[in-house]
Design a protein around this ligand. Sequence first.
Ligand code: DDH
Length: 292
Amino acid sequence: QSAKAATKLAPTKEDYQKVYNRIAEIIDDADDYDYGSFGPVVLRLAWHASGTYDKATGTGGSNYATMRFEPEALHGANAGLRVARDLMEKVKKEFDWISYGDLWTLAGVAAVQEMAGPKVPWRPGRIDGFAAQATPDGRLPDASQGAPHIRDIFYRMGFDDQEIVALCGAHALGRCHADRSGFDGPWTFSPTTFSNDFYKLLFDEKWVWKKWGGPKQLEDKKTKSLMMLPTDYVLTQDKSFKKYAKAYADDADLFFKDFSAAFSKLLELGVPTQQFVSSEPWVMQTVDEQKS
Ligand code: DDH
């Protein structure tokens, strides 16, 4: 009886570290997938689960993991994230006590950290919600638009210009898929390593509109193998955005520090403070750190 009761105690940081480790394993087991890693698509799941937050109404955000439900699962912006949700389902089967919101956001942390990014402070406390709490379509950014749209979307979540530019640096990772968003190609030459290359390339390369039948996107004039979305390119055109983008191109440490803070904040959007188990967010260990 007492042994059974003990297993019902609140999970500890060590328990969440075990979940983190399992996520890290699954991200890496991707021989036949993009660049051999599920890290980027898992990171995108964490971002889209959180980026629906609306501070005016307190709705959306990572708390209820409503992307499990239709129609949110079918929103255009979420095309392709089924891949990441299905991977996380494997983890959920093994650690059934974790909420989906905690699982998906912890997976975002693991993706960033295991791809050589900064430590991202994180804490558990999200609860599973219902389909009725799902958010309306249109809360995530539209890549074909300009600075006013980007500001509308991110100010609604409670971010400022500096945080917007820092968060967009995640596009150092992964790629666009023509069969998901319509856009095509990677942003950098090292899409499974977290770096400030996104900003460096924005300023160092000459970007020209790609001539093709797909949606408007830019390609680097030199190799034609990299891409930028219209919303990425705006970070070099808008005066306020440009100031931060240049600073991150010049200083990787500054980018790592600012990304960590903004991403940690993003992952907590929509979660009432009293739900958090611990008052201070935790820093989870990377797989490599645990080896030594
Ligand atoms: Fe993004 N993103 N994103 N993005 N994103 C896409 C892919 C990835 C926008 C549009 C797209 C963030 C901000 C923006 C990642 C992380 C983050 C794709 C391609 C589009 C389109 C999807 C596909 O075809 O598979 C727009 C617009 C914005 C914006 O800010 C205006 C942010 C804030 C993050 C973050 O993580 C903090 C990642 C990672 C990917 C690569 C996914 C993959 O499968 O690879």
